[in-house]
Structure formats: structure tokens, C-alpha cells
Design a protein around this ligand. Structure first.
Ligand SMILES: [Zn+2]
Length: 669
């Protein structure tokens, strides 16, 4: 076949290494890229044309102009409410793939920049993480069959997108998943990987590069999974050219900062690759980057992907290049200019960017351009960190680099301490560092970590930092770690018992969306809302709180500890019409049954899928009101916005005053 190696190692420092990734496209080699490397996650099907909308229009243009590597995933259309036919028009376009469409579009726009021959390698993730928390996701209307052959539908979409590196459909594991279900999902992901690799092998010409997404909960389990992948591929005669390993299921661990588990799993994947192939098989980590980049590289990770650059930009969070933290962009001084990246320098000042955000700028620039600039700025600094990591590996200075980095970024110190357990050299260097910083009185003392600044790569960003302080950020309790979860629960596993009646004292019904954390009332979102109301309202004890579960519909407070409510794991998505309808029906039944009991029935919801359910229910039960009345964007973070919480409190306050006036009136009459 005369194929070039996908990956070759160039230099090495302990397990860390630099290398060259050579990706073919249509039988030709793209220019090799140096690893470690970051693939920014992009969405290409944000509307029905490549002209795209909002932030993506500007972000994509810039990335295409830079011939940047990119990662995109097959299920991206779920985030943009594309219909089945709209998706089909994108991926079955007789004029070429989605990528071709973009090359033509930007090539026409800037004939001088060579974008018509875009050279950045495109990584095609399966989007399997969309099944995390929603294993009932029905994608048949998008041409993705259910069950064991779903991978075929995913691959067809990947073909239609037209990238270079394939990843088969996989099923990430959530911490706490019951053992037998975790094992089942690991096996299912492996079976998909072999099947997809077989399909790619059967195609004419050299096989496209393929990263097998592997999952495991511990070092041993991950190592075994990776070994099994290679054994299975060998026994099916699938060869080893162009293969990589992708490490999945780390994002939930990252969110709860289980660094020891994360690092062990990465080492397990690395050690599971047959010794003869280690120099030729690149290792990818899905969805974890930012300040973790040097640590991941130290463990031997070659490629990363990240969507946090854009997620942070959406909440106007700006990476401060000197302080290594995210700062609220709108709180930066207008004349402050800490950044020299091209995306910041194109503006006169931050003052101008602020003015655009406030609608008081006359240059004709739009808000999306500012959001995009923040995203590209954030990405620029992620890439800088990757470049510094490369340089440290090449010069054999990884340990010093890690220690220095830990000095400016305290949030990675717990991870460094874990690494130090298996490297006496690192341990000594760190101890010296801590000693010098006064964090330890003398070597060997227990380390107490200061409260670090905002973490750069939180995947669960919580309320944006500029949200009014009184709401607070109650830490999510660690219940997710110990809680056992299972995917076997169905909508029938819990329904409100027919005999249930609201408490006589409670005449205000408040419906809140469900949360990952169980019991719901301990979740950050519900705690924030209830704490806020508690501080604002004397009448908070009159509120009957109901949770809208995406799986079960309404769940009254007193059932939050039932096993079916504690252990299910499901998040409603906007595309899940059947489940949306079920929730609407159950909510409407509930509201109709109890409407005579309540003086006020209100839902408070900002995320799209749950808002859809409540809004549809309100059409059938007009007494039910949905707040906030209008939203700039439908996102969880909006839930914490002070003006929205104030609106809810005012509505309840006004209703209570009205009620009390009636009662007092009728007594005195
Ligand atoms: Zn910048």
C-alpha cells in the first residue's frame, strides 16, 4: 500500500514525547504536524449553510485561514436543532463533503489565502459523549439506527462531513455506574471499534487513520481494554497501520477533580499498547486540556481536543495570559491590555470591545465578533501552552517545566503531587518549590493547598463570575462520586403516586429542572435558587418545590431519595421528541390535578430542552407560568443570573402579598 507512518516519535523526555503526525487526505499527505498538538473542537453544521451563525462564522473563518487542525463530531447537529432533512442536505451533498463546502465557501471569500486547499487535519469524533446521561437518545430521524448498528449511521455522517481521522461510536462511562453496565458499555465500544475499523479496511486505497476510543475506570481496566483492542484487531487481520488510541470517559472525572483516577487511566492506556507499537501509535485524550496539557503530555499523551476555548468565550471568560486564570471580560479595565495575540491586537482597545458588547460602538462590528475574538484568544493561549510543552520535552526539561507551571497555576498542584508519588525526582523538585513558597514548613509536612483561582478547564463552569455575589457558588456536594448510577431505568420506573397530595401549607408551586447531582435539592442549581429565594422571601416556606426530571416528568421533593430517582442517569436533549412529549404529558396531568390547590404555579428554567417541556405545558395549563420570560440564550448558566432570580422572587412576593391581602380582607370583613 506504500503508506507512510501515521505517527513517528521525534524526541522524548521520560514518557513525554514530541512527534510528527502525518495525515493523508484523498491519497495525498497533508503537511505533518508536530505533537503534542491540540485539536480545537468546531461545529460545522451550525445552520443550513456554511455562512453559519453567530460566533462560529468568525471562529471558523479564522481557523480555516490558519489551516488549523480541528476536531468535529458526528452528532454536532443536535446542538443546533437541525432537522433530519437539513442534516441529509449537508452530508449527502452531491457537490462534496461538508469540509469541501467550507473550503469552497472560504476559498471564494478569500481567493488569495489558499483555503480552497485547506491543509489542517480534521479529526472526526463520533459524538458518543452525547449518550453520556442520555442512553435513550433516539437518532433514527437522522438516519442513525438504534442498537448494535448505530456505529454505521455515525460513520455515514462522518463520511459526509469529510474529515481525515475516524473515531468509532463509543459510550463513555460515568463515575458510579454499576459494574455490570460499565463492563457492557466497554465491550460495546470495543465491538464498535473493531466493526468500524473493519469497514475502513474494506474500502479501496490506503486505510484512513483510525483512533479506537477506549474506556476503563481504573489503570487495570483501561490497560486491559487497550490490549483487547489490539488483540481483537490482530485476530481479525486488521493490521496496525494508521492506528491511534483515544482515551475516553475522563471528562466526568476531570469535573469532580479525581486526578488520581484520571492519571491512572491514562497510564493504563499507554501501557496497554503493545511494546512494539508504542513508538507508532499516538495517544489522544478526549475533552481534557487547558492547564492539564503539560501533565497529560508528561504521561505520554500526544494529541488533545478542546471546546473550552469557545465555551468560556460564550460566558465572556477571558484567559489572562499573565495570571493564567480566566477573568470576566467585562470587568477588565477598558485601558488594560495584557495580551499581544493577533485576535486582541486587531481591536483598538478592550474599551472598544466592551462598547460593542454594550451596543454603544459605531464601528459596525457586532457582538459575535467580540465573542469570537475571545474564543480565538483563549485558543491562542492554549496553543501557546502546547508549544511551551513541546519545547520543554525537546530540551529534556519537562520536570522543571511542570514544577514552574505548578507555581503559577495552583489548581494543578494536586495532580502534580500524584505524579510525584511515582517520580522521586519530581517529588524532590516539588518539595523544594513548596518549601520556597512557604507552603510547607519543612519537607515532608502535609501540604495544604490554597484556594486556587478559577480553574481554566472546568467543564462544569457554574454561574459566570460576574453574577451577583449573594447567589453564591455552593459547591456541588461530592454525592456524584459515591452515588451508584444505572442506565436501566425507564420512564415507568417512577411516577408520582396517584394518592400524593401537596402539603396543605404550601400554596406556591415552583417547578425546577432536574440536575446531575442527586438528590436534586443538593445540586448547585437548585440550592442556588432556593438559597436566593430564602434570602429574599419571608414566604419561602410556602413553596412546594417539584423537580422536572427528563426521564420521569414531575418529581415532588419527598420522592427525591427513592432509588429510581437517586440512581437514574439521564439528561433530556432538545432532539429527543418522544421523551419531551412524555414529560409534557406528565407535567400537564400533574398541574391539572393540583391547580386548585395552588395560588401560583411557576416554572423556573433556562436550559433549552427543559424549557421546551415547561413552555408546552403552559400552553395547555394557562395558570402555569414559565420564567424567565425572555432569555438572551438558553443555557444553564442563565439560571444564576440575578435579574432572572429577582424576577422569580418578585412574582412570588407579589402573589403572596395579594393572597395575604385577600385573607386579611376576608377576616376583617
Ligand atoms: Zn489575546
Amino acid at each position: 500500500m506504500g503508506s507512510t507512518n501515521l505517527f513517528t516519535v521525534c524526541s522524548r523526555d521520560r514518557h513525554a514525547r514530541t512527534g510528527l503526525l502525518k495525515v493523508p487526505r484523498h491519497g495525498q499527505q497533508l503537511p505533518a504536524v508536530v505533537t503534542p498538538i491540540l485539536f480545537p473542537v468546531v461545529n460545522l453544521m451550525t445552520g443550513t449553510t456554511p455562512r453559519g451563525g453567530g460566533i462560529w462564522k468568525y471562529v471558523l473563518r479564522s481557523l480555516f485561514q490558519q489551516h488549523s487542525p480541528m476536531m468535529t463530531q458526528a452528532l454536532q447537529f443536535l446542538d443546533f436543532s437541525l432537522t433530519g432533512p437539513q442534516l441529509q442536505r449537508w452530508v449527502n451533498n452531491p457537490q462534496g463533503s461538508v469540509l469541501d463546502t467550507y473550503m469552497r465557501h472560504y476559498g471564494d471569500e478569500h481567493p488569495d489565502l489558499g483555503i480552497a486547499h485547506f491543509l489542517g487535519p480534521v479529526f472526526l469524533d463520533s459524538g458518543g459523549f452525547k449518550f453520556l446521561g442520555n442512553n435513550r437518545l433516539d437518532l433514527t430521524k437522522y438516519g442513525v439506527p438504534s442498537g448494535k448498528i448505530a456505529w454505521e449511521g455515525i460513520m455515514a455522517i462522518q463520511d459526509g462531513i469529510g474529515g481525515d481521522i475516524y473515531v468509532s461510536l463509543d459510550y463513555p462511562l460515568k463515575p458510579g455506574l454499576v459494574d455490570e453496565e460499565a463492563v457492557e458499555l466497554i465491550d460495546l465500544s470495543l465491538a464498535n471499534a473493531w466493526a468500524a475499523l473493519g469497514r475502513l479496511s474494506a474500502r479501496p486505497g490506503p486505510r484512513a487513520p483510525f483512533f479506537a476510543p477506549c474506556h476503563g475506570r481504573t489503570y487495570d481496566e483501561m490497560r486491559t481494554t487497550v490490549m483487547r483492542f489490539f488483540e481483537g484487531a490482530a485476530s481479525a487481520g486488521l493490521g496496525t497501520t494508521g492506528l491511534g488510541i483515544g482515551i475516553g470517559s475522563l471528562v466526568p472525572l476531570r469535573t469532580v477533580r479525581k486526578f488520581d483516577a484520571m492519571l491512572g487511566i491514562i497510564e493504563g492506556a499507554r501501557d496497554g499498547i503493545p511494546a512494539t507499537l508504542r513508538e507508532a501509535v499516538p495517544l489522544h485524550v478526549f475533552g481534557v486540556t487547558g492547564n492539564m496539557i503539560p501533565i497529560l503530555a508528561y504521561l505520554g499523551v500526544d494529541t488533545f481536543d478542546s471546546s473550552s476555548y469557545i465555551q468560556n468565550a460564550r460566558t465572556l471568560e477571558y484567559y489572562h495570559p499573565e495570571r493564567h486564570v480566566r477573568v470576566p471580560f467585562m470587568e477588565m479595565e477598558a485601558n488594560e491590555l495584557p495580551c499581544i495575540c493577533p485576535h486582541c491586537l486587531k481591536w483598538q482597545s478592550y474599551g472598544q470591545m466592551h462598547a460593542i458588547m454594550m451596543g454603544s460602538d459605531s464601528s459596525g462590528a457586532v457582538r459575535s465578533e467580540v465573542y469570537a475574538a475571545l474564543a480565538l484568544h483563549n485558543l491562542y493561549w492554549d496553543n501557546q501552552l502546547v508549544a511551551e510543552t513541546q519545547a520543554a520535552i525537546k530540551s529534556g526539561a519537562m520536570l522543571d517545566f511542570l514544577v514552574d507551571f505548578g507555581k503559577v497555576v495552583p489548581t494543578i498542584r494536586p495532580a502534580l503531587d500524584i505524579l510525584a508519588k511515582s517520580s522521586s525526582m519530581l517529588d524532590v523538585l516539588l518539595s523544594r518549590q513548596y518549601y520556597a513558597m512557604g507552603l510547607r514548613k519543612r519537607l515532608g509536612d502535609e501540604l495544604t493547598l490554597p484556594d486556587g483561582p478559577i480553574d481554566l478547564i472546568s467543564y462544569n463552569p457554574g454561574p459566570p463570575p460576574w453574577v451577583a455575589a449573594p447567589v453564591g457558588r455552593p459547591a456541588a456536594p461530592n454525592t456524584t462520586e459515591e452515588r451508584r448510577i444505572s442506565l436501566k431505568y425507564t420512564p415507568d420506573s417512577f411516577v408520582v403516586p396517584p394518592g400524593w397530595m401537596p402539603n396543605r401549607e404550601k400554596d406556591i408551586l415552583l417547578v425546577l429542572p432536574c440536575s446531575d447531582v442527586k438528590p436534586y435539592r443538593l445540586s448547585r442549581s437548585q440550592q442556588s435558587v432556593m438559597t436566593y429565594l430564602g434570602e429574599r422571601l419571608a414566604s419561602v416556606s410556602r413553596i412546594q418545590k417539584i423537580t422536572l426530571s427528563g426521564l420521569y416528568g414531575p418529581v415532588p421533593l419527598e420522592f427525591e431519595h427513592e432509588e429510581a430517582v437517586m440512581c437514574y442517569d439521564f439528561r433530556l436533549t432538545p432532539a429527543d421528541e418522544a421523551q419531551t412529549q412524555l414529560c409534557v404529558m406528565r407535567l400537564v396531568d400533574f398541574l391539572r390535578k393540583h391547580e386548585s390547590h395552588f395560588a401560583l404555579m411557576v416554572g423556573y428554567v433556562t436550559s433549552r430542552a427543559y424549557r421546551e417541556v415547561m413552555t408546552r405545558a403552559a400552553l395547555q395549563v394557562p395558570q402555569f407560568q414559565v420564567l424567565p420570560g425572555s432569555l438572551v440564550k438558553q443555557a444553564m448558566t442563565e439560571l444564576y443570573r440575578r435579574e432572572h432570580l429577582d424576577g422569580l422572587a418578585s412574582l412570588i412576593e407579589a402573589e403572596v402579598r395579594e393572597l395575604d391581602r385577600h385573607i386579611t380582607g376576608s377576616i376583617t370583613a
